[in-house]
Structure formats: structure tokens, C-alpha cells
Design a protein around this ligand. Structure first.
Ligand SMILES: [Zn+2]
Ligand SMILES: [Zn+2]
Length: 306
């Protein structure tokens, strides 16, 4: 199969899909090795009490279901006007050896509800313009601790990438009188890149995927952030997330996921982005900004849909 340059739906970003390169010989192995240590700062016995912000009630016979901590090594703080914001850790389960994908749908739904709660809480501060909830799973994705956790980063500044995206979004809306994502969902749910679609939620591998097995999960409704998801949408999103992460976990690839949302801009379409980190970017990507992806999103979707 020949390579193909693909442009993002509406951003000035390009990806070169190169299916032939999957077969190229490899003599370098990427492997995640974890360091075994007895002490875990995210296990109920290891948590530092003065870091605890909130615990969420248990849904099993455990002391709590989810715990929110102050990040001990924060990137931003409320005291630092030069790098203002808040940085929290969300411990996804009290059980040390359970991956997020191994939690049941009810537990993942509970976690999404915690994401809503943190978004609501942090955006009460009028100085905060941006709340990012994200997860690094595996060494290849920047995770430093094994115990299942995600993080919340909130800041005064809106990252330039998002500001740029809004500008493109606004010009699309001016021209088409519609949100680009509402249009994209309608197209992709009928495309070979569809992973899942029902009345509430649509998931697909984006046309110009930057990463192997990249997947986006959208509520059908045009909602600007996770706090507006209703109960049904939340539980379906949890199921779809579980399904996709289980597949990625089985093939042993590190991943990041994050919520694409902004609290200071109402006209947005919230979604969840999963970006597995199988391939490491080389000089071509860093030098040109063009991303090479050797796994066609159509193939990725077929795998994730099964
Ligand atoms: Zn632990
Ligand atoms: Zn929309």
C-alpha cells in the first residue's frame, strides 16, 4: 500500500500514513520495564494525609472508590503567580494491581463523575481558564508510578494550540453555520474508521491519526465540557472507554488520554482523546512537524471495533 498525506479535519496539521513501513525490519525493541518497590504513595496505607483533598465514597467494600490528592511535585500552584494554577492527582482505585481497563463499567462511570466534580470545582476559581484532565499509562506515555491514577492540571493561560483551534473552529462555523465536530461525527460514524456509535456516543479513529490506534470518543450532543454529560451519556462513554483501553492494554502499548474541554469557552464540543504511544517520534517528526503513522486509522478502527 502506498503512503498518503492526510490533512486534519480543519486544522493545519498533516500526517503521512505509511502502511508499508509497519513491515520494515526492526532491531530496536521498545519495552516497558517497571521498577518494583514495596512502598506505594497511592495505596491507602501509603497516602500522605496532608495531601488529601477529597475522597469519594466506596462502591465496593473498600475504604474509598477514588481519592484526589495535591500533586506533591506540582507544575503550577495557587501561590506562584509566575506559574499559576492547580495540579492534582486522582487515584482511580484503592487496589494496587488494577489497571483502569480492569475496573468494571460502574467504577469507570464513577471515575468520570469524579472528573466532572473536579472540573466543576476547579473552574469555580475565576482566574482559571483551563482545566485539563489526563492520564499517562505506562513508561512510554510518561507515567512515573504504577498505581492507576490520572491527573488534573488547571491554569490561567489557555494553551496556544487550543487558541489556534478555536480560531479555525470559528471560521468553520462562520462558513458552514455548524460546529465542525458535529459534522465530523456524522461523517465518521458511517466511515470505515467507526469504532462505536449509538444514540449517545460516537467513537472513531480520526482520519489523520497521529498515533497508532488513536481513538476519539464524542457525546453526540454539542456540550462544551464533561460536567454537562447526562447519566446515560456518562455510562455509555465509560463502557466505550473500557472497551478501547482493554484492547490497547492487551497489545501492551502505553497510552495517554485526555479530556478535550475548555471551561472559559462555551461554544465547544467536548470529547475524550486516546493516544497510544507505540511509535517514538524521530527526527522527521521533530524537524518537520509532519507526523509519520505506519498504521492506517481504518485498520486501527477494525481492531478496536472487534
Ligand atoms: Zn499502590
Ligand atoms: Zn458540536
Amino acid at each position: 500500500m502506498l503512503s498518503e498525506i492526510r490533512k486534519d479535519y480543519f486544522l493545519n496539521k498533516y500526517v503521512i500514513i505509511t502502511p508499508g513501513r509497519v513491515k520494515r525490519p526492526r532491531s530496536v525493541l521498545t519495552k516497558t520495564t517497571s521498577i518494583k518497590s514495596k512502598f506505594c504513595p497511592f495505596c491507602p496505607a501509603g497516602v500522605e494525609k496532608n495531601l488529601v483533598i477529597k475522597t469519594y465514597p466506596s462502591i465496593k467494600n473498600k475504604p474509598w472508590s477514588v481519592m484526589v490528592l495535591k500533586n506533591k511535585y506540582p507544575v503550577v500552584t495557587l501561590k506562584n503567580y509566575k506559574s499559576y494554577g492547580q495540579h492534582e492527582v486522582i487515584i482511580e482505585t484503592p487496589e494496587h494491581n488494577r489497571e483502569l481497563s480492569e475496573l468494571n463499567s460502574k467504577e469507570i462511570t464513577n471515575l468520570l463523575n469524579v472528573f466532572k466534580d473536579r472540573t466543576r470545582e476547579l473552574s469555580k476559581n475565576p482566574k482559571i481558564n483551563y482545566v485539563l484532565i489526563f492520564k499517562n499509562e505506562g513508561g512510554g506515555a510518561g507515567a512515573s508510578l504504577n498505581h492507576a491514577h490520572s491527573q488534573v492540571f488547571s491554569s490561567q493561560i489557555l494553551p496556544p494550540d487550543l487558541t489556534e483551534e478555536f480560531e479555525h473552529m470559528r471560521s468553520y462555523q462562520k462558513e458552514h453555520k455548524k460546529c465542525p465536530y458535529c459534522d465530523i461525527i456524522k461523517k465518521e460514524e458511517k466511515s470505515p474508521r467507526r469504532i462505536y456509535a449509538d444514540k449517545q456516543i460516537v467513537a472513531f479513529a480520526p482520519y489523520a491519526s497521529s498515533y497508532h490506534y488513536e481513538a476519539w470518543i464524542f457525546p453526540r450532543r454539542h456540550l462544551d465540557n464533561i460536567t454537562n454529560l447526562n447519566e446515560k451519556e456518562t455510562s455509555v462513554m465509560a463502557n466505550v472507554l473500557k472497551k478501547i483501553l482493554t484492547k490497547i492494554y492487551k497489545i501492551n502499548i502505553s497510552y495517554n488520554f485526555f479530556l478535550h474541554q475548555v471551561v472559559s469557552e462555551k461554544n465547544q464540543h467536548f470529547y475524550l482523546k486516546i493516544q497510544p504511544r507505540e511509535a517514538v517520534w524521530g527526527g522527521l517528526e521533530l524537524g518537520s512537524g509532519l507526523v509519520v503513522n505506519s498504521l492506517a486509522p481504518e485498520k486501527a478502527a477494525a481492531f478496536l471495533r472487534k
